[in-house]
Design a binder for this molecule. Structure first.
Ligand SMILES: [Zn+2]
Length: 119
């Protein structure tokens, strides 16, 4: 259940960002958007549940979590093939070489916060 520790870190980042937001207070968080790479092995449903539980006692309580999935992409150093891969233990889809370089798929960051002021 590594989603819970990842989610805890995300919620920490979200609440830290909320402290820095320049908006009339009080405001509430409507939605947090996070970008997750395909090789992070994160199950979106579990992350959603973790988010609900972890934000319960934070200012982010009641907000929605939007997960943007980035497919993992690798480039072969041998033949130059580039394509989507589905596993951490990957090899070139063209020549079978394991000398491939990961170019996308390890992303994990907070992309955007949507807030609303309670005026
Ligand atoms: Zn190749």
């Amino acid at each position: 259940m590594h989603e819970y520790s990842i989610c805890q870190a995300l919620v920490d980042a979200i609440t830290a960002e909320m402290d820095k937001v320049e908006a009339p207070r009080p405001f509430r968080l409507i939605k947090a958007r996070v970008v997750v790479g395909g090789l992070r092995q994160i199950v979106p449903d579990i992350l959603q549940t973790a988010y609900e539980v972890i934000t319960r006692d934070t200012p982010a309580k009641g907000s929605a979590l939007e997960i943007i999935n980035i497919p993992a992409v690798a480039t072969c150093k041998k033949c130059g093939w580039t394509g989507e891969i589905e596993d951490v233990f990957f090899q070139c889809g063209n020549c079978g070489s394991t000398a491939v370089e990961l170019t996308k798929g390890m992303e994990l960051y907070l992309d955007k916060l949507e807030i609303e002021s309670d005026e």
